[in-house]
Design a protein around this ligand. Structure first.
Ligand code: CA
Ligand code: CA
Ligand code: CA
Ligand code: CA
Length: 207
């Protein structure tokens, strides 16, 4: 009667999350290292303990000019890090109600095999690599766990890159290189205001 034991074991193994890559849980209370996040335009970020889903989280604020506030980003690619099996980008977000703002999550994959994203000087759009984006409106109050399916991200630079989602590292490509989150207000001169925690790529279901 060994079979039921093996079956039970396999069931447990298949339920465990595999291939998860934590980008940042912010628990070191730092956003300028491990990993380094860059910010652009009128975004104000602060490490916060209250509220935080765990340890520290990142409080994000900013006032819009013509809807747009600014954003932040980080470089993800590491030697031999395989993100090709990731199926979703998970985030915890604390919203402050209907006018908290809109996020545009952008993922960049390397199509010219140099582990870098070359951008147009004026538009900041990648000129050799792909940018895949997903928009998310924050209109809730309190914490919400989100799992953004990578299959629903859309290529937003149709003329550049190979227009194929290829996060794997092969033929010199660094695969998925970096992510950015761009913030838009709920009104033309509004504000964004929310807290971000646990940015993580996941394979399969969350535990
Ligand atoms: Ca945290
Ligand atoms: Ca490149
Ligand atoms: Ca493209
Ligand atoms: Ca590509």
């Amino acid at each position: 009667m060994k079979r039921p034991i093996i079956a039970g074991f396999l069931l447990i193994v298949s339920m465990l999350p595999v291939g998860a890559v934590m980008v940042d849980d912010f628990n070191d209370g730092e956003f300028k290292k491990s990993p380094e996040w860059w910010t652009f335009d009128k975004v104000i970020v602060n490490a916060t303990k209250n509220p935080a889903k765990s340890g520290y989280a990142l409080a994000i604020k900013g006032a819009a000019r013509d809807w747009y506030v600014g954003g932040l980003g980080t470089y993800i690619a590491k030697d031999k890090q395989d993100l090709s099996k990731a199926s979703a980008l998970d985030l915890d977000i604390y919203g402050y109600g209907p006018d908290s703002g809109t996020l545009k999550v952008e993922l960049y994959d390397d199509d010219n095999g140099n582990w870098q994203v070359e951008q147009d000087n004026k538009t900041f759009s990648p000129i050799y690599d792909d940018r895949f984006a997903y928009e998310l409106k924050i209109d809730w109050k309190g914490w919400k766990h989100l799992s953004l399916p990578l299959a629903e991200f859309v290529d937003t630079n149709k003329g550049e890159g190979d227009n194929v989602w290829n996060p794997q590292q092969n033929n010199g490509s660094g695969g998925l290189l970096q992510m950015q989150i761009v913030f838009l207000a709920a009104s033309k001169t509004g504000k964004v205001n929310f807290v971000l925690d646990n940015v993580e790529f996941r394979e399969g279901k969350r535990k």
